[in-house]
Design a protein around this ligand. Structure first.
Ligand SMILES: [Zn+2]
Length: 264
């Protein structure tokens, strides 16, 4: 017979009662705050690096909203002005409005317009140019956290992948300070990308580096996406309803030049 350690083991009949009690306790926290793990410290200076106007709300919005709640200083560095259809000025204004809705201060938005970095899915951007721009702003802002795409760039867009390539070169050359943490937004399979919202609670339990949206956040993200009027076509309307990236972001951490992935 095992020794009695003084722990009271409940009888089978008490489990439903405990379940109801737990449910009521959790319900008090409704809507839940999903940033409990706080893998990024409060008040950090965070640089989010994207390739195009609209990437911020299509892919990174759950993170941006959670970080702003943590009183982080969130800066957005967008490496192009989205001129694929020669609508740069329209898209820059749409990006400003989107950031306003998300809560990123106007002064924290940096839009790069460079001939070597065109908005074009068939053009691979110069790794050197991308890395030098990212490094310039990391140092200028004294950013302690950098967030961007992983090697698959979420959608496989060459410009997204080029952002990763530039960041990777900074990491592996050791040009970022040791205090600077880098998190890469994890690309997921197509099925999970569009139906992943169904498994958000499971992901939340299994993934260490993640941010999820509250119900209010989802409404904010839809509103900010609507500001990208030139892009708000039918398939993007479907995207913002079904995409996992509206409901949750999961990350891979770069640490000492290696990738740390503590999840499923
Ligand atoms: Zn993009």
């Amino acid at each position: 017979m095992p020794p009695n350690l003084g722990v009271k083991i409940p009888g089978p009949m008490s489990y439903p009662a405990q379940g109801v009690k737990l449910f009521l306790t959790q319900a008090r926290e409704f809507p839940p705050q999903f940033n409990r793990s706080k893998f990024i410290k409060d008040k950090s200076k965070v640089l989010v690096v994207t390739a195009h106007p609209d990437d911020e709300c299509m892919f990174f919005a759950p993170t941006i909203l959670n970080l702003l709640r943590q009183s982080c200083h969130v800066y957005l560095l967008c490496l192009s002005s989205g001129g694929f259809y020669n609508e740069s000025s329209i898209r820059k204004e749409e990006l400003r409005q989107s950031c306003k809705i998300l809560g990123i201060p106007a002064g924290n938005l940096i839009i790069i317009e460079h001939s070597q970095l065109p908005d074009n899915p068939e053009v691979k951007w110069s790794r050197l140019k991308v890395s030098s721009i990212i490094l310039k702003y990391v140092r200028h802002l004294s950013a302690t956290v950098v967030i961007s795409f992983d090697q698959s760039g979420v959608s496989g867009h060459l410009n997204h992948i080029a952002v990763y390539d530039g960041l990777e070169s900074l990491i592996f050359k050791g040009l970022l300070s040791e205090d600077c943490e880098v998190y890469l937004l994890k690309s997921v399979f197509l099925f999970q990308k569009y139906l992943g919202f169904l498994i958000v609670p499971l992901l939340y339990m299994c993934v260490s580096f993640s941010f999820a949206s509250t119900f209010h956040d989802v409404k904010t993200i839809w509103k900010s996406m609507k500001e990208h009027k030139s892009q708000f076509v039918w398939f993007r309307k479907l995207y913002i309803v079904f995409s996992q990236y509206v409901y949750m972001n999961t990350f891979i951490k770069c640490q000492n030049k290696t990738l740390v992935q503590k999840d499923m």
